[in-house]
Design a binder for this molecule. Structure first.
Ligand SMILES: CC(=O)N[C@H]1[C@@H](OP(=O)(O)OP(=O)(O)OC[C@H]2O[C@@H](n3ccc(=O)[nH]c3=O)[C@H](O)[C@@H]2O)O[C@H](CO)[C@@H](O)[C@@H]1O
Ligand SMILES: C=C(OP(=O)(O)O)C(=O)O
Length: 457
């Protein structure tokens, strides 16, 4: 059903928000459960999202058992038993909905010697090729590698349909997905593998911790060189996913853009260092008030009447995250002064620019650089309007912009936002935002949708 969010802007937020487990970590770890040929994985802190549900379906299509785990613990818990997986060809339709579906390739090839995996979906923010995933796997199947793209599927066969042999591979770009794929595959390859120029994102480290808990031997995750000593067999374990730094960052920007003060937990402050620096540069106060709690204040009485513009260049971790670029652009439209954002990770991640302009933002786009002309002191930068999300973070940015705008903003294409934020508007409403979800009925009318998902006619 087509859904939209109606946001009445200019409300201040207050209180505390619970940060869910990391989407990108959970997705990679769910793929990693395929490495476990015996025992079950009890995974805590899995955010309940369209993407994690789709990933669970991908695993089921291979023969894994994935159930909600009533065992308690933090957040949502899943029990995954991949010991009976027999198929090496996941459901192509589900694969086409998410990027992370392709992460199953590594574990399948390592465990079964072959896999036939449809090309992935995910946000349309660039060409997003998978060449580095494939080359990495080929380096592990070094004496008789065989991979080809056929009928929309990647078919990868290790030597004689058997397992992989350890090898070295240098990534020409520190791709997160290619690093995770190599790590999973090498965990079950014979001998030692070395990956250089590896991605250093916290989600890569979390996946390594998970695989090690399952019996793998991975050293160096979080640096640019990862050394993996292959093991014959990995087994189930208990694991808790790290907090979602991008969800946390989005709420930090929500506090900034609405000139509010909110607390967030659990978070790992180090994962949010670049954003904290930028918000501080703008004039906000970012305080660590407990080991896993941050407080962000942008209240005028505390930090002054106006926030100041700042510049951003997105980079692989520990640089500024591309997944917070759009949200920061929304914020910059409400700051005083001019700023620019250079998107260096994805070549087509500026769809939100045209939509922000519909709300009154003044932005000039030149290729992958956006020049933002901030507001005049004392004025309200944005006004309500009708906009459409084209991708996940761009959608979140439009919601944030709507919260800062005068009047009512309609954000359509909410399914993109639901892919990556657990109970997004419910959490914002609990902080004081005025947001209502509507769905299009069979007769074409918009009707209110309650948090339990029911339409109110
Ligand atoms: C599910 C998941 O974890 N998604 C995250 C992951 O995406 P994902 O793993 O897709 O991101 P990558 O790090 O692989 O992509 C970065 C750049 O490398 C390029 N590239 C990648 C692979 C490849 O084989 N060839 C190639 O050229 C991409 O086109 C892109 O320009 O990391 C991104 C960068 O932090 C985040 O924005 C995404 O939220
Ligand atoms: C780009 C993102 O996700 P995906 O890689 O799953 O498309 C994201 O989370 O911002």
């Amino acid at each position: 059903m087509d859904q939209r969010l109606l946001i009445s802007g200019s409300r201040q937020l207050t209180g505390h928000v619970f940060i869910s487990g990391s989407k990108n970590s959970a997705l990679a770890i769910l793929a990693g459960t395929l490495c476990c040929s015996s025992g079950s994985v009890a995974l805590r802190g899995v955010p309940d999202l369209l993407d994690t549900r789709t990933m669970a379906d991908v695993l089921r299509s291979l023969g894994a058992r994935v159930e909600k785990d009533g065992g308690g613990g933090e957040g949502n818990a899943l029990l995954v038993d991949a010991s009976n997986v027999g198929s090496v060809e996941p459901c192509a339709e589900r694969m086409g909905r998410i990027r992370a579906g392709f992460f199953v390739l590594g574990p399948l090839v390592a465990r079964f010697g072959k896999a036939e995996v449809a090309l992935p979906g995910g946000c349309r923010i660039g060409a997003r090729p998978v060449d580095l995933y494939i080359k990495g796997l080929e380096a592990l199947a070094n004496w008789n590698a065989h991979s080809k793209l056929w009928d929309g599927k990647f078919c990868v066969h290790a030597a004689n349909g058997k397992g992989l042999i350890g090898g070295s591979f240098h990534l020409s770009y520190p791709s997160v997905g290619a690093t995770e794929t190599f790590m999973m595959a090498a965990s079950m390859a014979e001998g030692v593998s070395v990956l250089t120029n590896a991605a250093m994102e916290p989600e890569v480290v979390d996946l390594a911790h998970f695989l090690n808990a399952c019996g793998a031997c991975i050293e160096g995750a979080g640096t640019n060189t990862i050394v993996i000593t292959g093991r014959k067999k990995l087994y189930g374990a208990e694991f808790t996913v790290i907090p979602d730094r991008i969800e946390a960052g989005t709420f930090m920007v929500a506090a900034a853009i609405t000139r509010s003060c909110i607390a967030l937990s659990p978070v790992i402050p180090l994962h949010l260092a670049r954003l904290s620096e930028k918000l501080t540069e703008a004039g906000c106060q970012v305080l660590q008030i407990a080991s896993r709690t941050l407080e962000v204040s942008s209240v005028p009485e505390v930090v002054g009447d106006e926030l100041q513009a700042f510049n951003i260049k997105t980079l692989p971790y520990p640089g500024f995250p591309t997944d917070l670029q759009a949200q920061c652009m929304a914020l910059l439209t409400t700051c005083v002064g001019s700023s620019y954002i250079e998107e260096s990770v994805f070549e087509n991640r500026m769809h939100h620019v045209e939509e922000l302009k519909k709300l009154g933002a003044q932005i000039n786009l030149e290729g992958n650089s956006a020049f933002i002309h901030g507001k005049k002191p004392g004025s309200i930068a944005l006004h309500g309007g009708r906009v459409r999300a084209a991708d996940l973070r761009g959608g979140a940015a439009l919601v944030l912009a709507g919260m800062a705008a005068s009047g009512v903003t309609q954000v359509e294409g909410v399914a993109h936002v639901d892919r990556g934020y657990e109970r997004f508007e419910e959490k914002l409403v609990s902080l004081g935002a005025d947001i209502r979800r509507e769905g299009k009925t069979a007769s074409g009318r918009w009707a209110h949708i309650r948090p339990d998902g029911h339409l109110v006619h």
